[in-house]
Design a protein around this ligand. Structure first.
Ligand code: PLP
Length: 348
C-alpha cells in the first residue's frame, strides 16, 4: 500500500466514525440518496455521461441540501441544550423551511428571520412555496426589509434572553464549518456509490458550505474530482470564493488531517448563470428546468438547481468537459419554491 492510499484510508475511517457518532450527528435524512444516470439528457446534449446525485430526495420536508448540514448543526444545538433555534434566509429560503422541519422533529422552537432581498411582490412569492410550509411546520416567522435584519435579530435575542431561553443561532444556509461537514461526507458517499471515476461535480453555490464541504471531501480522500459551483447569490463571485476559502480553513481546524491543503485554484466558481440577481431566474434557468422535467422527469427550482442546470448544459454545449468524463450534477433541492414562482413560469 502506498503512503498516499494509507492517508486516504485513514481519513475514510475517521470520516465513517464521525458520521456514525451520535454526538456529532442527529439523523434527519435518508442515506445514501440515489445516484442515477441521466441517459436521455446525456444523449440529447451529446457530451460526457451525466449523473445526478439526488439530494432533493434527502427527506426532511421535501428534501434538499440542508438536511445534511442540519444533521450536524442540530446535534451541536442539542448538545448545548438549545430550546430555541434562530436562523435566517430570504422569504423563499429552503434552508429556513428545512430548519423548521428539523426543529419540529426534535421539539425545539424555531424562529425564522426572513428578509425581503428578492424583488418579487407577487402573492405567490409572499405566501406560497416555502412560506406555506414554514407555517405548516410551526415556525415563528418574521419578515423584514434587508436593512432591518440587524434590529430584528437584536429584538428576538433580547426577548429570548428575557424569557431565560437557551437559544442557538444557525447562520444563513446552515453555512458553518460544522454544517459543511455534511458535504464532506456527501463526497465520500458519492465516491462509494459510483462505479465510475467521478471527474466533475456541478452544483448551485450560495452560502458556500456545500461547495466547501465537497472540496474538503476531495482533500481528505485525495481525489481529483473538480467541484464547480454555479454562483447564484453573490453579485461579485470573488466574495463566494473567499467565503468557501474561509469555511475550508475552519474545517481543517475542526477535522485535522495530514493531507496537504488544496490551493485556491481548486475553488471553481462560474458566474455566467447568475442572471439579474439572487432569486431572479432568467430564460436559461427556465429552459433548463423544462429540459430536466421533460427528458428525465426531474423537478428543479428557479433559484438554485435551475441555474446550476443551466450552467451544466451550457458548459457541455461549449465543450468544457471531456467527452469521456463522468459529470455528476448534484441536485440540491429547492422544488418547494416552484409554486412561489408560478407567475414567472407564465411569462417565460
Ligand atoms: C436548493 C438549494 N440549492 C443550493 C443551495 C446553495 O447551497 P450553499 O448555501 O451551501 O452554497 C441552497 C442554499 O440555500 C439551496 O437552498
Amino acid at each position: 500500500m502506498t503512503k498516499t492510499s494509507l492517508a486516504q484510508n485513514e481519513n475514510r475511517e475517521r470520516m465513517a466514525e464521525h458520521w456514525s457518532s451520535d454526538l456529532s450527528r442527529k439523523q434527519l435524512g435518508f442515506w445514501p440518496t440515489p445516484l442515477e444516470s441521466l441517459d436521455r439528457l446525456s444523449s440529447e446534449l451529446n457530451g460526457p455521461r451525466i449523473w445526478i446525485k439526488r439530494d432533493d430526495c434527502s427527506g426532511l420536508a421535501t428534501g434538499g441540501n440542508k438536511t445534511r448540514k442540519l444533521e450536524f448543526l442540530l446535534a451541536d444545538a442539542i448538545a448545548k441544550n438549545a430550546e430555541v433555534i434562530i436562523t435566517y434566509g430570504a422569504v423563499q429560503s429552503n434552508h429556513a423551511r428545512q430548519t423548521a422541519a428539523a426543529c419540529a422533529k426534535f421539539g425545539i422552537d424555531c424562529h425564522l428571520l426572513l428578509t425581503e432581498r428578492v424583488r418579487n411582490s407577487t402573492t405567490n412569492y409572499r405566501a406560497n412555496g416555502n412560506i406555506l410550509l414554514d407555517e405548516l411546520l410551526g415556525a415563528n416567522l418574521t419578515i423584514v426589509p434587508l436593512d432591518e435584519l440587524g434590529k430584528s435579530r437584536e429584538e428576538t435575542i433580547e426577548l429570548l434572553n428575557k424569557e431565560g431561553k437557551i437559544f442557538y443561532e444557525i447562520p444563513p444556509g446552515g453555512s458553518s464549518p460544522i454544517g459543511a461537514m455534511g458535504y464532506a461526507h456527501a463526497f465520500q458517499e458519492i465516491t462509494d456509490q459510483a462505479n465510475f471515476c467521478v471527474t466533475d461535480i456541478v452544483h448551485a453555490s450560495a452560502s458556500a458550505a456545500t461547495q466547501a464541504g465537497l472540496i474538503f471531501g476531495t482533500e481528505l480522500l485525495e481525489h481529483n474530482a473538480k467541484i464547480l459551483g454555479a454562483n447564484v447569490f453573490h453579485e461579485n463571485p470573488s466574495s463566494l470564493k473567499s467565503r468557501i476559502s474561509d469555511i475550508l480553513e475552519k474545517m481543517r481546524e475542526l477535522f485535522p488531517s495530514k493531507n496537504r491543503p488544496l490551493d485556491q485554484d481548486s475553488i471553481l466558481v462560474n458566474h455566467a448563470y447568475f442572471g439579474e440577481g439572487y432569486g431572479m431566474p432568467n430564460k436559461e434557468t427556465f429552459d433548463a428546468i423544462r429540459l430536466f422535467a421533460s427528458l428525465e422527469g426531474i423537478l428543479l427550482d428557479p433559484v438554485y438547481s435551475g441555474k446550476a442546470a443551466a450552467c451544466l448544459i451550457d458548459q457541455i454545449n461549449i465543450g468544457s468537459f471531456d467527452e469521456s468524463s463522468d459529470v455528476v450534477f448534484l441536485h440540491t433541492g429547492g422544488q418547494a419554491s416552484l409554486s412561489a414562482y408560478q407567475d414567472d413560469f407564465k411569462t417565460n
